[in-house]
Ligand binder design. Structure first.
Ligand code: C2O
Length: 550
């Protein structure tokens, strides 16, 4: 195993993916930022030097952080941010996982421009559990706004201006016609596409004209090979897929387009394209376009997500634990927050949107990170009272407030609530999408652990009928899963890593609205170590950011 070192210089730089120059915070001057390549078992060391005008943390999305929870990089959960003109070195081992993940800023909306690929290959001399590809190609999907990312933090979230493939908007937007992602391929060769949805707020369909792909991993967990002509990734999800150049020579477009099930909401229906060019293509060849699914094609989205199964017996596969210690039912959805007096709010019924889990709208701590508060026993930072609740039923066709619980659901309480878990306990969570205010898929992401997705469905979860239908044999493991609109998922994981771990919606806007909570896993065979001595301190208001033009 090796020590892999990187330096991330974060500075405000001018970029111009569309027609207008925009100042953005970027790592080493590029959008997306640098790709990190490691092997399973390596130690990754990244020195983050913050010369931007923003407070920054960097999160290693999907990395287990075994015994290194101080390195999870979540603003005000595991650390105070790295302030301008400061630096912090992240250092952790990467064990027990391989595939494609991503790193991204975990402060406000800065993930919009601070993200990149984190590629974990098998230890040396260990093969992939699929034929060795001729080449590997990272494909990072981003979302672009012609505005200061620091100002994106408003409700409702402003519509984006473009999607990007590896930082490029391509030929479907003006001013970027020549800046399109192009992949040259050799006839008959197979490529491993390492696909990352780093978009802030959009699920994305991905398709390549006339080509099928074979999915071999999802969220850096190997899958049974799954052949498809289309895929969908929620924000935060990653897919490893094999693409064989098996078509006649020519030009073939690839494209990404958004998916949303939210009704009556304006949505940027932009399609962003890239191009696959066969090596011996002649100049005059015509190009083929993929036909993208509709914006609200729930069935295509659901089919892809729910059909993929784990590679049983493959590297790092472990059977599903049968005994459950802790059962939780968590509702996810929107409610409202009364519009401050004297202002006008553009949200539903003239109120502000408020997101919640079990009627709690998550508030980040403000003076001390949650994990430090836990470790040092500092009171008043959070409350260990994340509510338990029995399975509830919703009328998805006609939500009318009738009961007290309906009212609660409509106006969630703002709190920093955590749920404490015993070390090594097996936790099962039914996440029920309430579909109140708007029916929308919520990509729920768990820090520090992968979870088995034992079942998906639409409508109300039925604890008797559905519990008998769960897949305990070969369910795929994820770190992020889309909870179907007006539907449910059942997750199971083993809480074997002490520390504070967030569970939140990976639509960045939804996290800002409060769709989040945190677990605190208690000490057991392993304990939460003392924080590194140079862990950033909160000496300035962590909620403040400066405009990059300042
Ligand atoms: Cu990828 Cu808490 O995030």
């Amino acid at each position: 195993a090796a020590i892999v070192e990187h330096v991330f210089h974060i500075k405000n730089v001018l970029v111009k993916p569309l027609c207008k120059e925009q100042m953005i915070p970027a790592v080493n001057g590029s959008l997306p930022g640098p790709t990190i390549n490691v092997r399973e078992g390596d130690t990754l060391v990244v020195n983050v030097i913050n010369n931007s005008t923003y407070n920054i943390t960097i999160h290693w999305h999907g990395v287990f952080q075994l015994k290194s929870s101080w390195m999870d990089g979540v603003n005000m959960i595991t650390q105070c941010p790295i302030q301008p003109s400061n630096n912090f070195t992240y250092r952790f081992d990467i064990t027990g996982q391989e595939g494609t993940l991503l790193w991204h800023a975990h402060v406000l909306n800065l993930r919009a421009t601070l993200h990149g690929a984190l590629i974990i290959r098998p230890r040396s001399r260990r093969p992939y559990p699929f034929p060795k590809p001729y080449k590997e190609v990272p494909l990072i999907f981003g979302q672009w706004w012609n505005m200061d990312v620091g100002l994106l933090n408003i409700r409702p979230a402003p519509l984006s201006d473009a999607y990007l493939i590896n930082g490029l908007a391509g030929d479907s937007y003006s001013c970027s016609k020549k800046r399109m992602f192009k992949l040259k391929v050799v006839q008959g060769k197979t490529y491993l596409l390492r696909i990352i949805n780093a978009a802030l707020n959009s699920h994305l369909f991905f398709k390549i004209a006339n080509h099928n792909v074979t999915v071999v991993a999802l969220d850096a967990v190997y899958t049974t090979p799954y052949v498809s002509d289309v895929m969908i990734l929620t924000p935060g999800q990653t897919v490893d897929a094999l693409l064989t150049a098996d078509q006649p020579s020519g030009l073939y477009y690839m494209a990404i387009s958004p998916y949303t099930s939210a009704h009556g909401q304006p949505f940027p229906a932009q399609v962003t394209r890239g191009l696959i060019i066969y090596e011996d293509t002649v100049k005059s060849s015509s190009s083929v376009m993929p036909l993208m699914p509709e914006l609200n094609d729930i069935s295509t989205a659901h089919r892809f997500s729910s059909n993929i199964t784990a590679l049983v017996g493959g590297p790092h596969w472990t059977p599903v634990p049968r005994h459950v210690d802790e059962k939780m039912f968590i509702t996810v959805g929107f409610g409202l927050e009364p519009c401050p007096l004297g202002t006008k709010c553009p949200g539903y019924l003239g109120q502000l949107y408020a997101g919640s889990l079990n009627n709690r709208s998550f508030m980040y701590p403000e003076s001390t990170s949650l994990q430090e508060a836990y470790f040092y026993n500092i009171t008043g930072i959070y409350t260990d009272d994340f509510p338990d609740q029995p399975p509830l039923k919703f009328d998805y066709t006609d939500f009318v407030m009738r009961t007290e619980s309906d009212y609660k659901m409509m106006f969630p309480e703002k709190r920093t609530s955590v749920k404490t878990l015993k070390f090594n306990s097996t936790v099962e969570i039914v996440v029920q999408n309430t579909g109140i205010v708007t029916t929308e898929s919520h990509p729920m992401h768990l820090h520090g652990f992968n979870f088995y997705v034992l079942g998906y469905g639409f409508g109300n979860y039925d604890p008797i009928r559905h519990a008998r239908m769960l897949n305990l044999l070969n369910p795929q493991m994820h770190n992020t899963v889309g909870v179907p609109p007006g539907g449910w998922v059942v997750l199971r994981f083993i809480a074997n890593n002490p520390g504070a771990w967030m569970f939140h919606c990976h639509m960045d806007a939804h996290l800002q609205y409060g769709i989040g909570m945190a677990f605190i896993v208690q000490n057991g065979e392993t304990s939460l170590l003392s924080p590194p001595s140079n862990l950033p301190q909160c000496t300035r208001d962590p909620t403040i950011y400066d405009s990059p033009t300042a």
